[in-house]
Design a protein around this ligand. Structure first.
Ligand SMILES: Nc1ncnc2c1ncn2[C@@H]1O[C@H](COP(=O)(O)OP(=O)(O)OP(=O)(O)O)[C@@H](O)[C@H]1O
Ligand SMILES: [Mg+2]
Length: 338
């Protein structure tokens, strides 16, 4: 599994002062190479310490314009703290962040960002629409925008109901509507499906996917791997404050492999090893795990059959992201306690 990670994933090295210095020139070159405009969020060594506890530890996050970026990590990993720093709600202990072309928390940047962090607060006795009116007035957003965002999040029909009478899913929708009021370039959503039933989750996921179309960038935090896999273009995995991997879902998942069961197995193993293009063959219970481009499957089959080996099964397998996620998280756990 480690090999998969190293080959395919931009896995962040354990941080210490010396490593960071060594890595800095490569990082700078990478950033310079990119059109400055393509990076909507760029953090360098972003760190937050609360007394002895390091909540966020040298995080270098790069979110590109137009993508839906999944910020994935278990409870307490540092997701909310990172998002708060991006919004200027929490002051970093070290490092810095630029968000939509401005330092984190500056008014110029905030004007282009819509955010929903943890459970959004609304007046319970006001309707959804009136809650948005209060916010729109405060933000200097024209009233006409309210109906647009209510439509966009699918809340128009219930917009006249009191907030206190809303279901959990409706509350989340109103939170997203509030975040959309300024028609932001960047939408930051902190665990937007928390507390929803499976159907509610599905609806919010579809909504987020539609909101992320076009040039709008969405940064979504989640502790649910499946959710991020379904919605996001790229994923950053955070564990105990550190970004342990970053890449597209496919990059994180790694390459497909071949599962072969054949008789006799030992002989099959040595025949497969000799097929050109086969990188590795290992025993996986009563089958073989073959690392090779799956386009070699027919060739492998031919070699086995002509060696008189009975092939019971030859199947292309996709590595589960779940296993890779757990692997990254476990690896890191050993590091933390070392
Ligand atoms: N204001 C604070 N004072 C002290 N410690 C804090 C504070 N805010 C966060 N922490 C600690 O920082 C760590 C990261 O917390 P954070 O809320 O960022 O995690 P998270 O990834 O959002 O978790 P969850 O999935 O539970 O929302 C935790 O150990 C938390 O206890
Ligand atoms: Mg959180």
């Amino acid at each position: 599994m480690n090999a998969v990670r190293e080959r395919n994933v931009n896995a962040a090295a354990p941080e210490n002062g010396r490593d960071r210095e060594r890595r800095a020139p490569a990082y700078d070159a990478y950033v310079d190479e990119m059109d400055g405009d393509t990076l909507v969020i760029e953090t360098r060594g972003l760190t937050k310490r609360y007394d002895e506890r390091t909540a966020v530890d040298h995080v270098d996050l790069r979110v590109r314009r137009g993508e839906v970026y999944g910020f994935l990590g278990p409870n307490g990993a540092g997701k909310t703290t990172t998002l708060r720093m991006l919004l200027g709600l929490v002051r970093p202990t070290a490092g810095d962040a630029r968000v939509v072309g401005a330092p984190a928390g500056s008014p110029a940047g905030l004007a282009k960002i819509g955010a929903m962090i943890e459970a959004p607060a609304f007046y319970p006795f006001l309707s959804g629409r009136d809650n948005l009116r209060v916010l729109a007035k405060h933000a200097g957003v024209p009233e006409a925008r309210i109906e647009t965002v209510l439509e966009e999040v699918g809340l128009a029909a219930r917009a006249g109901d009191r907030f206190s009478a809303y279901s959990q899913g409706m509350k989340q929708r109103l939170g997203i509507a509030a975040a959309l009021l300024k028609d932001p370039e960047l939408l930051i959503l902190d665990e937007p499906t928390n507390g929803l039933d499976p159907e509610g989750m599905l609806e919010i996921r579809e909504l987020i996917r539609s909101l992320g179309q076009g040039r709008r960038t969405v940064l979504l935090s989640s502790h649910l791997l499946g959710e991020v896999e379904q919605i996001c273009d790229r994923v950053g995995i955070i564990r105990a404050g550190k970004l342990v991997a970053e890449g597209t879902v496919d990059e994180l998942r790694g390459r497909d492999w071949l599962r072969i069961s054949a008789e006799p197995l030992e002989q099959a193993q040595s025949v497969i090893r000799r097929v050109p293009g086969v990188e590795q063959v290992s025993r996986n219970g009563r089958a073989l795990h073959v690392t090779a481009d799956p386009s070699h499957a027919a060739e492998i089959n031919r070699a086995l059959v002509s060696a008189g080996i009975a092939v019971h099964e030859l199947r292309r397998e996709r590595p589960g992201l779940e296993a890779i996620f757990l692997d990254l998280v476990r690896d890191h756990e050993t590091e933390v306690h070392a």
